[in-house]
Write a protein that binds this ligand. Sequence first.
Ligand SMILES: Nc1ncnc2c1ncn2[C@@H]1O[C@H](COP(=O)(O)OP(=O)(O)OP(=O)(O)O)[C@@H](O)[C@H]1O
Length: 290
Amino acid sequence: MAAVREERARQSTVGGTAGPERPGAPAVVELADVAFAYGPEPVLEGVSLTVRRGEFLGLVGPNGSGKTTLLRILLGLEEPTRGRARLFGQDVRSFRQWWRVGYVPQRPAALAGGFPATVEEVVATGLVAAGGRPGHGPAPGTRTGRPAHRPGPSAGGRPAPRSPREALALVGLEHLARRPIGRLSGGQQQRVFLARALVSRPELLVLDEPLEGVDAATQDRFYRLVRELREREGLTVIMVSHDIGVVSAEVTTLACLNRRLFFHGAPEQLEPGAMAELYGFPVTTVHHRH
Ligand SMILES: Nc1ncnc2c1ncn2[C@@H]1O[C@H](COP(=O)(O)OP(=O)(O)OP(=O)(O)O)[C@@H](O)[C@H]1O
Protein backbone atom coordinates (compact mmCIF):
# COMPACT_ATOMS: atom_id res chain seq x y z
CA MET A 1 0.00 0.00 0.00
CA ALA A 2 2.80 2.35 0.98
CA ALA A 3 4.58 1.42 -2.27
CA VAL A 4 1.46 2.29 -4.27
CA ARG A 5 1.18 5.63 -2.48
CA GLU A 6 4.83 6.35 -3.15
CA GLU A 7 4.44 5.46 -6.83
CA ARG A 8 1.39 7.73 -7.18
CA ALA A 9 3.24 10.52 -5.39
CA ARG A 10 6.21 10.03 -7.72
CA GLN A 11 3.92 10.26 -10.75
CA SER A 12 2.31 13.42 -9.46
CA THR A 13 5.45 15.46 -8.98
CA VAL A 14 6.86 18.07 -11.33
CA GLY A 15 8.01 17.29 -14.84
CA GLY A 16 7.94 14.09 -16.89
CA THR A 17 4.75 12.55 -15.67
CA ALA A 18 2.60 9.94 -17.31
CA GLY A 19 -1.19 10.27 -17.09
CA PRO A 20 -1.52 8.92 -13.56
CA GLU A 21 -5.04 7.54 -13.98
CA ARG A 22 -4.48 5.20 -16.93
CA PRO A 23 -0.89 3.98 -17.16
CA GLY A 24 -1.79 1.33 -19.80
CA ALA A 25 -3.87 3.53 -22.12
CA PRO A 26 -2.31 4.86 -25.33
CA ALA A 27 -0.78 8.33 -25.17
CA VAL A 28 -2.88 10.94 -27.00
CA VAL A 29 -0.68 13.95 -26.24
CA GLU A 30 3.00 13.88 -25.30
CA LEU A 31 4.98 16.98 -24.51
CA ALA A 32 8.67 16.44 -23.79
CA ASP A 33 10.75 19.18 -22.18
CA VAL A 34 8.86 21.95 -23.99
CA ALA A 35 10.11 25.53 -23.78
CA PHE A 36 8.66 28.57 -25.52
CA ALA A 37 9.08 32.37 -25.67
CA TYR A 38 7.33 35.03 -27.77
CA GLY A 39 10.16 37.49 -27.02
CA PRO A 40 13.06 37.62 -24.57
CA GLU A 41 10.95 36.42 -21.61
CA PRO A 42 10.36 32.65 -21.36
CA VAL A 43 6.66 31.72 -21.32
CA LEU A 44 7.15 27.96 -20.85
CA GLU A 45 10.13 26.03 -19.51
CA GLY A 46 10.78 22.30 -19.18
CA VAL A 47 7.17 21.19 -19.54
CA SER A 48 6.76 17.42 -19.91
CA LEU A 49 3.27 16.01 -19.87
CA THR A 50 1.52 12.90 -21.15
CA VAL A 51 -2.25 12.74 -21.56
CA ARG A 52 -3.72 9.29 -22.13
CA ARG A 53 -6.86 8.08 -23.85
CA GLY A 54 -9.99 8.70 -21.78
CA GLU A 55 -8.29 11.14 -19.44
CA PHE A 56 -9.91 14.45 -18.49
CA LEU A 57 -7.09 16.90 -17.78
CA GLY A 58 -7.80 20.26 -16.16
CA LEU A 59 -5.11 22.83 -16.92
CA VAL A 60 -5.05 25.62 -14.35
CA GLY A 61 -2.74 28.51 -13.51
CA PRO A 62 -2.81 32.29 -13.05
CA ASN A 63 -3.36 34.75 -15.92
CA GLY A 64 -0.40 34.77 -18.28
CA SER A 65 1.00 31.48 -16.94
CA GLY A 66 1.22 29.95 -20.43
CA LYS A 67 -1.93 27.77 -20.57
CA THR A 68 -3.19 28.94 -23.98
CA THR A 69 0.36 28.85 -25.33
CA LEU A 70 0.71 25.24 -24.17
CA LEU A 71 -2.52 24.30 -25.96
CA ARG A 72 -1.30 26.03 -29.11
CA ILE A 73 1.96 24.08 -28.97
CA LEU A 74 0.22 20.73 -28.57
CA LEU A 75 -2.01 21.63 -31.54
CA GLY A 76 1.01 22.56 -33.64
CA LEU A 77 -0.07 26.22 -33.86
CA GLU A 78 3.18 27.36 -32.22
CA GLU A 79 6.60 25.76 -32.57
CA PRO A 80 8.39 25.17 -29.25
CA THR A 81 11.86 26.68 -28.94
CA ARG A 82 12.97 23.45 -27.25
CA GLY A 83 11.44 20.01 -26.82
CA ARG A 84 8.77 18.33 -28.88
CA ALA A 85 5.03 17.71 -29.07
CA ARG A 86 3.39 14.50 -30.26
CA LEU A 87 -0.28 13.85 -31.05
CA PHE A 88 -1.55 10.26 -31.24
CA GLY A 89 2.08 9.09 -31.36
CA GLN A 90 3.09 11.35 -34.28
CA ASP A 91 5.21 14.46 -34.27
CA VAL A 92 2.68 17.30 -34.38
CA ARG A 93 4.57 18.89 -37.31
CA SER A 94 3.70 15.95 -39.54
CA PHE A 95 0.28 15.17 -38.00
CA ARG A 96 -2.55 15.44 -40.54
CA GLN A 97 -5.57 13.67 -39.04
CA TRP A 98 -7.10 16.87 -37.69
CA TRP A 99 -10.61 15.41 -37.60
CA ARG A 100 -9.37 13.50 -34.52
CA VAL A 101 -9.04 16.78 -32.63
CA GLY A 102 -11.78 19.24 -31.64
CA TYR A 103 -10.64 22.68 -30.46
CA VAL A 104 -12.60 25.47 -28.86
CA PRO A 105 -10.30 28.49 -28.53
CA GLN A 106 -10.69 31.13 -25.86
CA ARG A 107 -13.70 33.43 -26.40
CA PRO A 108 -14.80 32.09 -29.80
CA ALA A 109 -18.14 33.85 -29.28
CA ALA A 110 -16.35 37.20 -29.63
CA LEU A 111 -15.87 36.35 -33.32
CA ALA A 112 -19.48 35.40 -33.88
CA GLY A 113 -21.27 38.70 -33.31
CA GLY A 114 -21.40 40.05 -36.84
CA PHE A 115 -21.68 36.77 -38.78
CA PRO A 116 -24.82 36.36 -40.86
CA ALA A 117 -24.49 32.54 -40.70
CA THR A 118 -27.02 30.38 -38.89
CA VAL A 119 -26.08 28.25 -35.90
CA GLU A 120 -26.26 25.10 -38.01
CA GLU A 121 -23.95 26.58 -40.64
CA VAL A 122 -21.39 27.59 -38.03
CA VAL A 123 -21.42 24.04 -36.64
CA ALA A 124 -20.95 22.64 -40.17
CA THR A 125 -17.74 24.68 -40.57
CA GLY A 126 -16.25 22.34 -37.93
CA LEU A 127 -16.22 19.65 -40.60
CA VAL A 128 -14.39 21.89 -43.07
CA ALA A 129 -11.92 22.99 -40.38
CA ALA A 130 -11.29 19.35 -39.39
CA GLY A 131 -9.68 18.83 -42.78
CA GLY A 132 -6.95 21.32 -41.83
CA ARG A 133 -5.16 22.40 -38.69
CA PRO A 134 -7.46 23.48 -35.83
CA GLY A 135 -7.66 27.25 -35.73
CA HIS A 136 -6.40 27.35 -39.30
CA GLY A 137 -9.68 26.20 -40.74
CA PRO A 138 -12.02 28.74 -42.26
CA ALA A 139 -13.57 31.19 -39.82
CA PRO A 140 -17.12 30.38 -38.75
CA GLY A 141 -19.62 31.36 -41.39
CA THR A 142 -17.18 31.76 -44.28
CA ARG A 143 -18.51 28.70 -46.10
CA THR A 144 -22.12 29.07 -45.18
CA GLY A 145 -24.83 26.98 -46.76
CA ARG A 146 -22.49 24.19 -47.83
CA PRO A 147 -22.23 21.81 -44.92
CA ALA A 148 -19.43 19.27 -45.46
CA HIS A 149 -21.36 16.52 -43.69
CA ARG A 150 -21.31 13.22 -45.60
CA PRO A 151 -23.49 10.59 -43.95
CA GLY A 152 -22.25 7.00 -43.65
CA PRO A 153 -18.81 5.58 -42.92
CA SER A 154 -15.86 7.11 -44.72
CA ALA A 155 -12.52 5.80 -45.86
CA GLY A 156 -9.17 5.74 -44.06
CA GLY A 157 -10.49 4.77 -40.61
CA ARG A 158 -12.19 8.10 -40.17
CA PRO A 159 -15.57 7.67 -38.48
CA ALA A 160 -18.66 9.16 -40.07
CA PRO A 161 -18.99 12.66 -38.70
CA ARG A 162 -21.99 13.76 -36.71
CA SER A 163 -24.52 15.84 -38.56
CA PRO A 164 -24.59 19.46 -37.38
CA ARG A 165 -28.06 18.76 -35.91
CA GLU A 166 -26.72 15.80 -33.93
CA ALA A 167 -23.87 17.90 -32.58
CA LEU A 168 -26.32 20.64 -31.63
CA ALA A 169 -28.54 18.11 -29.86
CA LEU A 170 -25.55 17.09 -27.70
CA VAL A 171 -25.30 20.64 -26.36
CA GLY A 172 -29.08 21.08 -26.16
CA LEU A 173 -29.40 23.71 -28.89
CA GLU A 174 -31.06 21.81 -31.71
CA HIS A 175 -34.05 24.16 -31.49
CA LEU A 176 -31.85 27.15 -32.37
CA ALA A 177 -30.29 25.55 -35.49
CA ARG A 178 -31.78 28.08 -37.92
CA ARG A 179 -31.19 31.20 -35.87
CA PRO A 180 -28.36 33.58 -36.92
CA ILE A 181 -25.42 33.00 -34.57
CA GLY A 182 -25.22 36.74 -33.78
CA ARG A 183 -28.69 36.54 -32.24
CA LEU A 184 -27.71 34.07 -29.52
CA SER A 185 -26.56 34.93 -26.01
CA GLY A 186 -22.84 34.67 -25.20
CA GLY A 187 -23.35 31.42 -23.26
CA GLN A 188 -25.39 29.92 -26.08
CA GLN A 189 -22.68 30.89 -28.58
CA GLN A 190 -20.09 29.10 -26.42
CA ARG A 191 -22.23 25.95 -26.70
CA VAL A 192 -22.49 26.34 -30.48
CA PHE A 193 -18.68 26.36 -30.69
CA LEU A 194 -18.55 23.27 -28.51
CA ALA A 195 -20.95 21.58 -30.97
CA ARG A 196 -18.69 22.76 -33.81
CA ALA A 197 -15.72 21.05 -32.10
CA LEU A 198 -17.71 17.83 -31.63
CA VAL A 199 -19.09 17.53 -35.16
CA SER A 200 -16.13 15.59 -36.63
CA ARG A 201 -16.47 13.03 -33.80
CA PRO A 202 -13.04 13.87 -32.37
CA GLU A 203 -11.04 11.60 -30.07
CA LEU A 204 -9.40 14.57 -28.35
CA LEU A 205 -11.24 17.70 -27.28
CA VAL A 206 -9.12 20.74 -26.42
CA LEU A 207 -11.06 23.49 -24.67
CA ASP A 208 -9.73 26.89 -23.63
CA GLU A 209 -12.06 28.22 -20.93
CA PRO A 210 -15.22 26.83 -22.55
CA LEU A 211 -17.43 27.68 -19.59
CA GLU A 212 -16.64 31.36 -19.33
CA GLY A 213 -19.96 33.18 -18.92
CA VAL A 214 -21.97 29.95 -18.89
CA ASP A 215 -24.65 29.49 -16.18
CA ALA A 216 -24.47 26.77 -13.49
CA ALA A 217 -27.14 24.50 -15.06
CA THR A 218 -25.38 24.61 -18.44
CA GLN A 219 -22.02 23.88 -16.78
CA ASP A 220 -23.59 20.86 -15.16
CA ARG A 221 -24.94 19.72 -18.49
CA PHE A 222 -21.49 20.22 -20.06
CA TYR A 223 -19.77 18.04 -17.44
CA ARG A 224 -22.45 15.37 -17.87
CA LEU A 225 -21.86 15.38 -21.64
CA VAL A 226 -18.10 15.09 -21.17
CA ARG A 227 -18.58 12.15 -18.80
CA GLU A 228 -20.89 10.44 -21.30
CA LEU A 229 -18.52 10.93 -24.25
CA ARG A 230 -15.56 9.71 -22.21
CA GLU A 231 -17.44 6.59 -21.15
CA ARG A 232 -19.09 5.87 -24.50
CA GLU A 233 -16.36 6.89 -26.94
CA GLY A 234 -13.19 7.02 -24.85
CA LEU A 235 -12.94 10.76 -25.53
CA THR A 236 -9.87 12.50 -24.11
CA VAL A 237 -10.39 16.05 -22.87
CA ILE A 238 -7.95 18.84 -22.05
CA MET A 239 -9.61 21.89 -20.57
CA VAL A 240 -8.23 25.21 -19.38
CA SER A 241 -10.27 26.73 -16.59
CA HIS A 242 -10.04 29.32 -13.84
CA ASP A 243 -12.79 27.65 -11.83
CA ILE A 244 -10.41 25.51 -9.81
CA GLY A 245 -12.99 24.31 -7.29
CA VAL A 246 -15.35 22.84 -9.91
CA VAL A 247 -12.59 21.62 -12.20
CA SER A 248 -10.80 19.69 -9.49
CA ALA A 249 -14.09 17.92 -8.68
CA GLU A 250 -14.65 16.89 -12.30
CA VAL A 251 -11.30 16.05 -13.86
CA THR A 252 -9.28 12.85 -13.55
CA THR A 253 -6.02 14.79 -13.66
CA LEU A 254 -4.96 18.29 -12.81
CA ALA A 255 -1.98 20.14 -14.30
CA CYS A 256 -0.95 23.37 -12.59
CA LEU A 257 1.14 25.65 -14.72
CA ASN A 258 3.07 28.80 -14.08
CA ARG A 259 5.68 28.82 -16.82
CA ARG A 260 6.73 25.45 -15.40
CA LEU A 261 4.47 22.56 -14.59
CA PHE A 262 4.55 22.44 -10.83
CA PHE A 263 1.90 19.78 -10.27
CA HIS A 264 0.52 16.98 -12.44
CA GLY A 265 -1.59 14.31 -10.84
CA ALA A 266 -4.98 13.36 -9.46
CA PRO A 267 -6.61 16.42 -7.85
CA GLU A 268 -6.74 14.74 -4.44
CA GLN A 269 -2.95 14.39 -4.49
CA LEU A 270 -2.47 18.13 -4.56
CA GLU A 271 -0.89 19.23 -1.30
CA PRO A 272 -3.04 21.64 0.72
CA GLY A 273 -1.51 25.06 0.26
CA ALA A 274 0.06 24.31 -3.13
CA MET A 275 -2.55 26.38 -4.97
CA ALA A 276 -2.07 29.29 -2.58
CA GLU A 277 1.62 29.21 -3.49
CA LEU A 278 0.76 29.27 -7.20
CA TYR A 279 -1.82 32.04 -7.01
CA GLY A 280 -0.48 34.01 -4.07
CA PHE A 281 -3.79 33.70 -2.14
CA PRO A 282 -5.85 30.86 -0.63
CA VAL A 283 -7.66 28.72 -3.23
CA THR A 284 -10.10 25.94 -2.41
CA THR A 285 -10.17 22.70 -4.36
CA VAL A 286 -13.05 20.26 -4.10
CA HIS A 287 -12.81 16.58 -4.98
CA HIS A 288 -15.75 14.26 -4.92
CA ARG A 289 -16.19 12.39 -8.17
CA HIS A 290 -13.13 10.16 -8.16
N1 LIG B 1 0.93 36.46 -29.47
C1 LIG B 1 1.64 36.84 -28.42
N2 LIG B 1 2.70 37.65 -28.55
C2 LIG B 1 3.44 38.03 -27.48
N3 LIG B 1 3.20 37.63 -26.22
C3 LIG B 1 2.15 36.82 -26.03
C4 LIG B 1 1.32 36.38 -27.10
N4 LIG B 1 0.37 35.57 -26.61
C5 LIG B 1 0.58 35.50 -25.27
N5 LIG B 1 1.64 36.24 -24.93
C6 LIG B 1 2.21 36.38 -23.57
O1 LIG B 1 2.62 35.08 -23.15
C7 LIG B 1 2.30 34.86 -21.78
C8 LIG B 1 1.42 33.61 -21.67
O2 LIG B 1 0.18 33.88 -22.32
P1 LIG B 1 -0.97 32.78 -22.38
O3 LIG B 1 -2.09 33.36 -23.19
O4 LIG B 1 -0.40 31.51 -22.81
O5 LIG B 1 -1.38 32.69 -20.84
P2 LIG B 1 -2.69 32.05 -20.15
O6 LIG B 1 -2.19 31.26 -18.99
O7 LIG B 1 -3.50 31.34 -21.15
O8 LIG B 1 -3.42 33.36 -19.64
P3 LIG B 1 -4.98 33.66 -19.29
O9 LIG B 1 -5.32 32.86 -18.07
O10 LIG B 1 -4.96 35.12 -18.98
O11 LIG B 1 -5.80 33.33 -20.49
C9 LIG B 1 1.64 36.15 -21.28
O12 LIG B 1 2.62 36.91 -20.64
C10 LIG B 1 1.18 36.83 -22.56
O13 LIG B 1 1.19 38.23 -22.39
